[in-house]
Write a protein that binds this ligand. Sequence first.
Ligand code: LLP
Length: 415
Amino acid sequence: MESYTQDVQFFGNYTPEELLKKFGSPLYVYNEKIIRRQMKRVAGILPNHRFTSNFSIKTNSNLTILKMANEEGLNCDAMSPGEIFVLKKAGFPSDHIFYVSNNVSEEEMKYALDAGVVVSVDSLPQLEMFGRICPGGKLSVRLNPGVGAGHHEKVVTAGKKTKFGIAAQDIPQVLEIAKKYDLHIIGINQHIGSLFMDYTPYLEAIKHFLIYAESFDELEFMDFGGGFGTPYHKLAGEQEFDMENFKVELDKLLSDWKKETGKDVLFKMEPGRYIVAEGGVLLGQAYSVKENYGHKYVGTDIGMNVLIRPELYDSWHDVEIYRDGKPVVDGPKDIYSVVGNICESGDIVAKDRELPVVKENDVVCVLDAGAYGYSMCSNYNNRLRPAEVMINNQGEAVLIRRRDTYEDLVRGFEV
Ligand code: LLP
């Protein structure tokens, strides 16, 4: 593939230059068609079972996108009271929100309970805390199936080397604490990690999970977590996550379990990245092309405050260069590091990347930036967080979050 954005007509009725002119640079741009397509895909993972897909709001908490998720019939998982607050603003009813808590204060736990949201706890002390503040209550426990997966050790959230979940061998203690406080464990949940293209570990973890389920006799739901990958190397031909075969294998696994045990619970999942990554790109501008001691740099306004994934996890994002309204795909190439405008030498979006020869004022388009892009933005160096724009189904560009202002930088100070 030479240009993803051109192939899918990502920018609708505009060129990237026009969008930057209208909304400023850098700019997150989303495409409604792609995002809704992905939402429909996850909503339909298990058509033969009672099932809901929970959009994981940590990937992208723009209200417009959350409202779309609500319209497409998704539920949501939240990781903080702030996420619960925003989900409510987007119109999600309490029983469509699942709070996957991790090391929270009594106050935060109470916030979720008062909001009428089902809570999952992920340690024995937090289960005790739940029992103290809500004796007789209903909740879910997050189990660690001992199997993890993910693109980087920092995003593997199950297995033997992570802070998350309650180990299977501690299930007897879970039951004891539940008895002590008359708690009803109506759900068990897990999340093995983020960004896997091979679904085998996910199915393995579910097999473990189905065995753990036998210990809980009041189960109403089981939540298997998210983590389905996005092809970040799509320009080199990387294929999509194989959702079709995954669905078939998962359906069989769960149908067999239901037949064997005679049980029927609501199944849930928590995909995030799979829903929004490909439907978002980050546009910026090349202001300076230079050579330093034999290394070539494209100096842009895409700093690590705007997209931190490459710096945090050495993540790869494909980069396209636009000039005069078109992606540059032919002609000479060179090797560049695409860097930002932050005062850190690690501020590198794409390191030693082969790109078409870049000129000043070219538009730099970073692909697959819709997940963990804006949601991980910061004001580091007192830079402004960018605006977000949605290309709607008619190809029109709609501003869905304004750029920060300088005044925003001093909001919260008393002076
Ligand atoms: N459920 C739970 C409990 C999670 O912790 C996560 C992600 C998800 C669902 C959604 O996972 P997804 O389907 O998006 O892979 N910032 C990192 C990823 C951190 C993931 C944290 N948990 C990145 O940019 O790659």
